[in-house]
Design a protein around this ligand. Structure first.
Ligand code: NAG
Ligand code: NAG
Length: 195
């Protein structure tokens, strides 16, 4: 019995060796999975540009035109904050605090109340632009938004289209807050490096 097991384990070890040799050969031979490119092949040989974008974000949480919806919350919590609430939003972006002013895109994503003691948010969203040379391009924001602070800074971690390889930061300042409805207008200054 012991001898049989030993034979089996030799066979298994042999098979494993053959398999791993085969797969390492395949890796070496396959060149389409990954290759080095010259940065100029993607137009990255020119200097990066620094762009400043300025717009207003409208978070409408009540009414039939709401642009932000609560999708989850904690069943029980002892926190002195809305800890656990998750909101999905598709908020219009305009050039002035007036929602009827020129529309430049949407902020689309999620914010979650991630502090047990205040209204600090974890945010994960995209600015999806629809205007001019930025139409169809996006910037991705991932970070912390301590909404009670006068100025909140969030990292811009990437982008698409005009904003490929983008990085930078977004500064948010509350422009107005409706105590009755919770609707908020936020001024954004976004600074990004991109090609
Ligand atoms: C909702 O949007 C429509 C169309 O823009 C507008 O006419 C209406 O006044 C809005 N309703 C509210 C409650 O804001
Ligand atoms: C933005 O791009 C879309 C899709 O190509 C197009 O339908 C739309 O008219 C463009 N908008 C502006 C303001 O250029």
């Amino acid at each position: 019995m012991a001898e049989l097991l030993l034979k089996h384990s030799f066979a298994a070890a042999f098979l494993l060796t053959v398999l791993s040799l085969t797969s390492s050969f395949t890796t070496v031979e396959s060149s389409s999975f990954s290759q080095n490119l010259s940065p100029s092949s993607l137009g990255l040989n020119k200097p990066e540009k620094l762009s400043h974008l300025h717009f207003y974000f409208h978070d409408i949480v009540v009414g039939k035109n709401a642009t932000a919806v609560r999708v989850a919350q904690a069943r029980t919590t002892t926190a002195s904050s809305p800890f656990g609430v998750v909101v999905v939003f598709d908020d219009p972006l305009t050039v002035s605090p007036d929602i009827g002013s020129e529309h430049v895109g949407e902020a689309q994503g999620i914010y979650a109340f991630a502090s047990q003691t205040d209204s600090s948010l974890l945010v994960a969203y995209n600015f999806a632009f629809t205007e001019g040379k930025y139409n169809g391009s996006s910037l991705t924001v991932l970070g912390r938004n301590a909404v009670s602070s006068a100025v909140r800074e969030m990292p811009v971690v990437g982008g698409s289209g005009t904003f490929r390889f983008a990085r930078g930061y977004a500064e948010a300042r509350t422009q107005s807050y409706d105590l009755k409805t919770g609707n908020t207008v936020v001024e954004y200054n976004v600074y990004v490096l991109h090609y």
